[in-house]
Design a protein around this ligand. Structure first.
Ligand code: GP9
Ligand code: MN
Length: 621
């Protein structure tokens, strides 16, 4: 039977083979997709097969002559998709997304005049297989019969297609854990699930966002606004504007948790520079990250909007086309230009698109940096190189600027060259935990270099420098090794305390004279309101959930993305209520009213994002 099936569907199989090869050739020649090992290369080769089986398989319901004509048609459409991606990629070094197609902003690809220049004569080769198919079809009467496939054959065919799909996905997951939920890099998706499935995936995300948006109405915003207004706390008036007009340098410290601050390993400080800086800054030692699956990008989202990220997926990926009132947009009214500096692929976390929505003037991505094998490790450019080259870029920016610098070296799996190891590794049964300490130490040294550079380039005095840890670096999986370092058991209460990340606000000439350590609970959501008050910007009426951390009558209430929360006296997590100071379990009744409030706050934030509610917001111009 198999034999009969193959003969009857020979045309389909030839088309499948040619299209698979063609896609692979485009991957290698036009998309320049690099792989690290032979398995990844194999995935690259086979990744389009399941999709092609599905698409060509639709023809199985037709008679052979129609089926083969349909296959030629499908081939032409898919080739068109490939060529569009190829041309777009040549210009933008990225893959097409639906948001890009629907975008009406000034970033819309200005391809018009240059589109023909983007074609190479070799592109003609992309239609060779179509010509071959047409020729085969025309010349051979055996491809024009009226034969049909039986139901059973079609069912078996589709079962095979499903099996191939899951096998490919399974293989891809071995290379990229949680590929579809966690790693939202377009390049990675294309590498693992194929360019075609990537478009489908992207289309699904888009249509989901589209229906949720369509259902939302302006009175949804009224409820949210009421909640925000009733929770508003007047910012601290004495501190208002103490950094007004200064450049803002916001530094995202990759995977940096508070437990390393002021701690020693084998008698050596892990973060000597930060420890010293803290004594000349405003330092918050009970400051929590509030990120979800979007990790670094979630922290950025919170910081720039004062909204919570989503409980599932990365908002950078799910809602890049929303109307936001992000920090760059607000600061623009005060004469600021806004930038992001991060030496990675611009499409990682969909940053390039999201930054446009936030109103950034420019994203200095990996293309703005000199990156070589020697100056890179792990995820890319080493932090020390990154800060040096960044200050170089900063020198030429119009002032005042708001620039966000995103560090990278202290990223799992915490790799470092021998010569960069300033302290020894830790000694536990977990290699990752052991390596974490030297990479944090290296990051600390890089920040020191950044400050030195800012000083020598004359950018230091007139700036406000803010540093925050983006999210945890050591996950629960490593609790055994970590508890060895901490010298205590990691209870569910301690697990929440481990979500603390450093938050440091340094204002030269101000905080060095009068530093402060603030121990009231706070979170990333408060960063924006705090910064804005220091810059003298009034945020009353703004849709955001954070508060000025210096506000006189602030009632600390920090909600983590999983619904856990921290108040002045208690911590709630996973159905348990704890005394914040002692960590002892206390009566649930104490936590109950706040549980509802935490749920409501997250829910309002989600509504804003899913319903794109800020488009209904009257801006205070
Ligand atoms: C990638 C970097 C790391 O560009 O920001 O992302 P993460 O994995 O930490 O979210
Ligand atoms: Mn990160």
């Amino acid at each position: 039977m198999r034999h009969v099936f193959a003969r009857k569907n020979l045309f389909l199989l030839i088309a499948l083979l040619l299209m698979t090869i063609k896609t692979y050739v485009v991957y290698k020649t036009s998309f320049d997709l690099k792989t690290d090992n032979i398995l990844q290369e194999f995935i690259l080769l086979i990744n389009p097969i399941s999709f092609l089986l599905f698409i060509f398989g639709i023809g199985l319901f037709m008679k052979e002559r129609n089926r083969n004509r349909y296959i030629i048609g499908a081939d032409i459409v898919l080739t068109f998709v490939l060529i569009s991606d190829m041309v777009y990629c040549r210009f933008y070094n990225d893959f097409l997304t639906f948001p890009v197609l629907f975008q009406s902003s000034n970033f819309k690809p200005d391809l018009g005049s240059s589109i023909f220049e983007l074609f190479n004569w070799t592109d003609i080769l992309l239609i060779v297989d179509i010509i071959v198919l047409i020729w085969l079809y025309k010349r051979n009467s055996r491809f024009k019969t009226n034969s049909r496939n039986t139901r059973k054959q079609i069912i078996i065919y589709y079962l095979i297609a499903v099996a191939v799909f899951f096998c490919t996905l399974g293989l891809a997951e071995t290379q990229r854990y949680q590929l579809l939920t966690r790693s939202f890099d377009r390049e990675l998706l294309v590498k693992n699930i194929s360019i075609y499935n990537y478009h489908i995936y992207d289309g699904l995300l888009q249509s989901k966002a589209f229906t949720q948006r369509a259902k939302a109405e302006s009175n949804n915003l009224t409820d949210v606004k009421k909640y925000i207004d009733s929770n508003y706390k007047a910012p601290n008036q004495e501190m208002k504007g103490i950094a007004s007009g200064r450049n803002v340098i916001m530094i995202s410290l990759e995977s940096t948790q508070s437990f390393v601050i002021n701690k020693k390993l084998n008698g050596q400080e892990i973060t000597p520079f930060l420890n010293n800086l803290i004594d000349k800054s405003y330092y918050f030692d009970n400051f929590y990250h509030q990120t979800g699956q979007g990790k670094t990008s979630d922290a950025e989202f919170i910081g720039d909007n004062g909204l919570y990220p989503l409980g599932r997926g990365a908002v950078f990926f799910t809602n890049p086309n929303n109307d936001y009132e992000a920090t760059p947009e607000i600061l623009k009214k005060y004469g600021y230009h806004s930038y992001v500096m991060h030496a990675n692929n611009k499409s990682f976390w969909n940053r390039d698109l999201m930054y446009q929505s936030f109103g950034y003037n420019k994203f200095f991505d990996e293309n703005s940096y000199d990156i070589s094998e020697e100056n890179s490790i792990g995820w890319g450019l080493k932090d020390k190189e990154f800060v040096e080259q960044s200050v170089h870029l900063m020198k030429d920016l119009p002032q005042p600027f708001y620039t966000k610098m995103i560090t990278l070296t202290n990223h799992f799996p915490f790799e470092l060259n021998e010569e960069d190891k300033l302290i020894d590794e830790y000694n536990s049964n977990s290699k990752a935990v052991n390596r974490y300490f030297p990479t944090v130490r290296y990051e600390d040294e890089s920040i020191k270099r950044l400050f030195d550079k800012l000083k020598s380039e004359g950018l230091y005095e007139n700036s406000i420098i803010i540093l925050y840890g983006d999210h945890y670096g050591i996950s629960k999986d490593y609790n055994e090794a970590l508890s060895q370092f901490l010298g205590k058991e990691i209870t569910p209460y301690e697990q929440i305390q481990l979500q603390r990340v450093p938050f440091i606000v340094h204002i030269p000439g101000v905080t060095d004279k009068k530093p402060q350590k603030i121990s009231e609970p706070a979170g990333q959501i408060d960063m924006r309101a705090t910064l804005m008050n220091l810059l003298g910007i009034n945020m009353k009426g703004q849709i955001q959930f954070g508060h000025d951390l210096f506000a006189k009558d602030r009632d600390p209430f920090t909600v983590l993305r999983d619904g856990s929360f921290i108040t002045r006296d208690m911590i709630y997590s996973d159905g348990q209520c704890y005394d914040r100071k002692t960590g002892k379990t206390i009566d649930m009744g104490t936590c109950t009213p706040f549980r509802e409030k935490a749920r409501q706050e997250l829910n309002y934030s989600d509504q804003i994002i899913y319903g794109d509610l800020l488009r209904f917001h009257e801006r205070n111009k």
